[in-house]
Ligand binder design. Structure first.
Ligand code: HH2
Length: 272
């Protein structure tokens, strides 16, 4: 069954819920609710990666996420730390996180690969063109799916060279990270091609701006588009869906999987 990664943003400036859970107690409560709603994992982040976002220091990131990670000990599902910094990852792993989700695929901090290798944790490697400050400035690709796939294959090799066990690596096409609406649609339409990489696929479409551009809806009104994109990601073989609205996506995935396991599409679904 497709797993859901519930998003716990401890930031003042995340694009859809910035400031809502900046207070540790509220973020912890949010994480518990998401776990009750059926999240299989929780992704705790202290730095926004929305387009144009400014980097924050490791100290500030730790000040935001550590109390939340401590408070989520015993929540009953594994917790991941959404960070690109080795110092943050290390402290987060000490505080109970079991997975590192790095939107830079181990490029931003040369020490992060060694931390992940030494700790033997799972690692998400995500594709991004440029940096959050610059990534939406007219991104250009030849074949976006081929380029994302080649990038992820290279990053898997780099991770392995640093001693990270291949079995620990998950990959993510980075929806919205240096992509136009067309690039996002093409990646989602051909998501199944990433299965050639042989690693679990994580997909994050939740409330993202391509949905807003297609529907005209603000970030907190993009549930319909979020559900549609996640259901199709399931059909293409996504293993983990990173979402804000766990209860609703859980229901949608349950129905989608029931249909896929009944009909002709079930063969492709069951084959993975
Ligand atoms: N998207 C965001 C952040 N982290 N990690 C992975 N692996 N995949 C994603 O698609 C992804 C991610 C952006 O979403 P969000 O956390 O809601 O916003 P912000 O970065 O503004 O905090």
């Amino acid at each position: 069954m497709t797993r859901l990664m519930g998003i716990v943003n401890v930031t003042p400036d995340s694009f859809s819920d910035g400031g809502l859970y900046l207070d540790a107690d509220r973020a912890i409560a949010r994480g518990r609710v998401l776990a009750e709603e059926g999240a299989d994992l929780l992704d705790v982040g202290g730095e926004s990666t929305r387009p144009g976002a400014r980097a924050v220091s490791a100290e500030e990131e730790l000040r935001r996420v550590l109390p939340v990670l401590e408070g989520l000990r015993g929540v009953g599902v594994p917790v991941s730390i959404d960070t690109s910094k080795a110092a943050v990852a290390e402290a987060a792993l000490d505080a109970g996180a079991e997975l590192v989700n790095d939107v830079t695929a181990l490029r931003a901090d040369p020490e992060l690969a060694a931390v992940c290798a030494a700790r033997g944790c799972d690692v998400v490697l995500m594709h991004m063109l440029g940096t959050p400050r610059t990534m939406q400035e007219a991104p250009v690709y030849g074949d976006v799916v081929e380029e994302v796939k080649r990038f992820l294959a290279e990053r898997i090799d780099v991770a392995k060279r640093h001693g990270i066990d291949e079995d620990r690596i998950w990959v993510d096409p980075g929806i919205g990270f240096g992509k136009t609406v067309d690039h996002n649609l093409e990646l989602l339409r051909r998501l199944a091609e990433l299965r050639d990489l042989g690693r679990p696929i994580v997909v994050g479409t939740s409330r993202k701006s391509f949905i807003g551009k297609l529907t005209g809806r603000d970030a907190d009104e993009r549930l319909g588009g979020t559900v549609a994109s996640n259901v199709l990601a399931v059909r293409a073989g996504a293993d983990v869906l990173r979402v804000h609205d766990v209860a609703q996506v859980r229901e949608a995935v349950r129905v989608a999987e029931a249909i896929l396991e009944h009909g002709s599409g079930g063969r492709e679904h069951a084959a993975r």
